[in-house]
Design a protein around this ligand. Sequence first.
Ligand SMILES: NC(=O)c1ccc[n+]([C@@H]2O[C@H](COP(=O)([O-])OP(=O)(O)OC[C@H]3O[C@@H](n4cnc5c(N)ncnc54)[C@H](OP(=O)(O)O)[C@@H]3O)[C@@H](O)[C@H]2O)c1
Length: 390
Amino acid sequence: MTRLVVLGATGSIGASALDVAAELGDRLTVTGLACRSDWQGLAELAARWRPAAVAIEDEAAWKAAGGADAFPSGTEVLAGSSGVAELAAHGDADIVLNGIVGAAGLGPTLSALEAGRRVALANKESLVVGGDLVMQHAREPGRLLPVDSEHNAIWQLLEGRDRARVARVVLTASGGPFRATPRERLAGVTPQEALAHPTWSMGPKVTVDSATLANKGLEVIEAHHLFGLDYDEIDVVIHPQSIVHGLVELVDGTLFAELGPPDMRAPIRAALTWPDRVPVGRRTDLTALGGLTFERPDPHRFPMLALAREAGRAGGTAPAVFNAANEVAVEAFLRGAIGFLDIPAICDRVLAAHDARPARTVEDLLAADAWARAMAAGPAHSGTRAAGVG
Ligand SMILES: NC(=O)c1ccc[n+]([C@@H]2O[C@H](COP(=O)([O-])OP(=O)(O)OC[C@H]3O[C@@H](n4cnc5c(N)ncnc54)[C@H](OP(=O)(O)O)[C@@H]3O)[C@@H](O)[C@H]2O)c1
């Protein structure tokens, strides 16, 4: 029986992970659940799953919950970001599924890995911000199980393959709701329009990231760390149907693809049951998948992809800075403080002002993250193309 901890249990990935847990029945038991502030949602999940422990990152929410009173008796309740990191290393869990959104996921990822847990990773920001540190703990096969659908696809395609024969990997992107929107209209698009993703149903931050293509940029950095590939070996193609999740091309030109309907339960199932395969009792109707088309991403309308590559190539603290600037800009866009095109403008400005330094410790990364958040929230500098969010 696999003992599972779900971080970000009240979110979109958390819900899909718990669907898979329900489907797996006796093969799996949930021993821990964590959220940021949605203590009511967490209490409902705790009543259903009876974990040994839960964690709430937001201490004010924990107090509002009445401390441990909202949870089944016998459930240990941990609070604060240290409580979430503690839960990631708590008890005797086998796998920690990290479905936290944003750079806040890095600490719990490291905590779980340092405690010897396997980590099923949806939180791509862990690898974007702290890829070198995370991978130091995750070289052994099966320690880091990619949940992001593209990386899960490529991980499955690479398994057992001689890396010397791999020429490149290709990440697919849906293109988001503005795939065909002219640049002059992008300045005025609303958060509601950006949140209307054509193929995937996800949390707000990753949905906006999909609309700007920042998501694919973050995923390029994630793939660089996960698979030990150079940036030149990681391509991106727009595939509006979101049926092909990832491809691997060998040196002789043979191209392998992983296909399936856009449903995060499939990569989560593959990660949680690795190296086994569980029967799902159904077959995919290929004729229902429709046509598959591929396009090149447009760098003029979607500059976030190139900015992410620039940050990835610079390495050190640069990806953490890009990520933090993006998190601040997306939050500002969602509350209506800035326009859609201000998101890349802010990331461009903050990245241009940053001198990338080696990131040897978590403290180096946290300092870079904090600097970038302050820069992104500040007024635009003269002489740059960018806006501020203040
Ligand atoms: N959704 C998808 O289909 C999908 C696909 C691929 C990859 N991903 C990646 O998976 C991650 C989660 O995405 P999502 O769409 O599931 O996000 P989401 O729906 O917004 O859920 C985020 C979850 O993280 C929790 N959380 C946020 N900040 C936290 C903190 N500081 N400490 C502890 N918990 C915290 C939230 O708790 P509250 O509910 O209390 O706020 C919530 O449970 C992201 O990195 C995303 O890029 C998502």
